[in-house]
Each structure stands twice: as C-alpha cells, then as structure tokens.
Design a protein. Structure first.
Length: 163
C-alpha cells in the first residue's frame, strides 16, 4: 500500500469508469460530517457483468492484490474473479480498498443505491450510503468501534433532523 490512501484518485477512477457503487464505511461517515479517521475506501458495488468489467478497469491501473495474502498467492484481478467471489479486501498502489458485493447489514445494492446521497466533490458526484444504511451496517458488524460509530451517526442524524 502507498504511504497514504488517495481517496480522490480512487473515486475519480471509479467515477470515470461509471462503476455503479455506493461509498460505505469511514469515507461515507466523513462525507456525512463525521470526524472519523479511516485508512481505506469501502464500496458496495452492483454485480451485473457490465459493472464488474467497469470495476476491474477502474482499479486495474493500481495493481490490486488481496490484502494480507501471501505475495506468491496467485490472484487475477478480472471480471471472472469478481463474479466468482463477492467481497474483496484489496491493497493497491494508492491505498487499501474493500469492494463488497454484499455488505453485512446493508439492504440489497439497488435499494442502498436508491437511498444513497449524491455528494458533490467538485469534478465528480459520488453516492454515499444513507445514515440509516450506515447505522445498519455498523450494527451488523458489532465491533466496539462500530458501537461508537453508531452513537456518532445517530447524533449526526439528529442534528440533520433539527435542521
């Protein structure tokens, strides 16, 4: 992995290739206003053949490989691999990326995409998971840090409701 993750570069590549995705996890929390720090980009992605090809093409220039796997473990980043699998934790030349075909606690992809908020990041708009969907995913994960994140996300939700 690179010394720091290049969120913008990865998001630009995914957007440029028209990957049907929803940003989830820590980056989505930050884009909702959280002070959470994160070291990877997490995305949920649509599983149709055209989107698998777009996802492969978007990340291929960054030499994705399985994070934590032995260097000599054979891994081919292609649509066939994506179709055969579901969730992948990847290390790339510009940072770690988790691509999830089934994010635990999340609704089905099309429903999550319908709930998503499009965030304008200047040259691109990026769909991020709704606060409700993020809270569901954090509940499903159930780790101590997720319980803290739930409290923060619920506070953000209350602040937004108060206007």
């Amino acid at each position: 992995m690179a010394g720091k993750i290049e969120f913008r570069e990865l998001l630009e590549a995914l957007t440029r290739h028209r990957v049907r995705m929803v940003v989830i996890g820590g980056v989505a929390m930050v884009l909702h206003g959280s002070s959470h720090l994160t070291r990877d980009l997490d995305i949920a992605y649509g599983r149709n053949d055209e989107n698998l090809k777009a996802l492969v093409e978007a990340l291929a220039p960054y030499s994705p490989r399985l994070r934590g796997a032995p260097e000599d473990l054979p891994f081919r980043w292609d649509a066939r691999t994506l179709k055969a699998g579901l969730n992948f934790t990847l290390a790339t030349s510009v940072g770690d990326v988790d691509v999830l075909g089934d994010a635990p606690g999340a609704p089905p992809f099309e429903e999550m995409l319908a709930h998503a908020l499009d965030v304008d990041l200047g040259a691109m708009k990026v769909p991020i998971a709704s606060l409700d969907d993020l809270i569901r995913m954090k509940r499903a994960a159930g780790r101590p840090k997720d319980r803290l994140h739930i409290m923060e996300l619920e506070a953000l939700k209350r602040l937004l409701a108060e206007g």
